[in-house]
Design a binder for this molecule. Structure first.
Ligand code: CU
Length: 173
């Protein structure tokens, strides 16, 4: 059930040229202090994807997180159903939440709903993409290709800039 990027290839990809990132989105998201280059926003169907980034990985760290904001500008509910990348064996959809005093993550087998009109933020400490069994650790200043597949909007290709490694907050279990 992969419709790899065909829709996106039809011209929906906003290539991230310098300055292509306009000020369409200025989320005041308090603590996500990453300093990667300003990401462009990408449109697929009714969805606008912006602020995508990942972080540098420490040597020996097998997994990496991916983050972005998804805004559904349409009248229909949609859902992020899967993600993939050539740099990882697989990319899972995860959620982090406090369980008592422990921050735990779990895999979201039913995907991530993006209701009509809603904005869903994948960010450190919350919903995120998890690159599993990454072949080569992400390095700051690099970039990571990613394909997202939505139930209705279809598939779209993104390139995530790699920011500096964050404080080690992301534990996998
Ligand atoms: Cu995770």
């Amino acid at each position: 059930m992969k419709t790899l990027g065909l829709i996106a290839l039809a011209g929906l990809i906003a290539v991230a040229g310098p300055g292509a990132a306009s000020a369409q989105h200025a989320h005041g998201s308090g603590h996500a202090a990453h300093s990667a280059e300003a990401p462009a926003s990408v449109r697929v169907g009714d969805l606008e994807l912006s602020g995508a980034f990942t972080k540098a990985m420490l040597p020996g760290q097998p997994v990496g997180g991916g983050y972005l904001t998804i805004h559904n500008k349409g009248a229909n509910n949609d859902r992020l159903v899967s993600a993939s990348s050539p740099v990882a064996d697989m990319v899972e959809l995860h959620e982090m939440a406090m369980q008592g005093e422990v921050m735990r993550m779990r895999k979201l087998n039913d995907g991530i709903p993006v209701a009509a009109g809603a904005t869903v933020e994948l960010k450190p400490g919350g919903l995120h993409l998890m690159f599993m069994r990454v072949k080569e650790p992400f390095k700051a200043g690099g970039s990571v290709p990613l394909t997202l597949t939505f139930e209705k909007a279809g598939s779209v290709d993104l390139v995530l800039p790699v920011g500096a490694a964050g404080p080690a907050g992301h534990q996998h279990n």
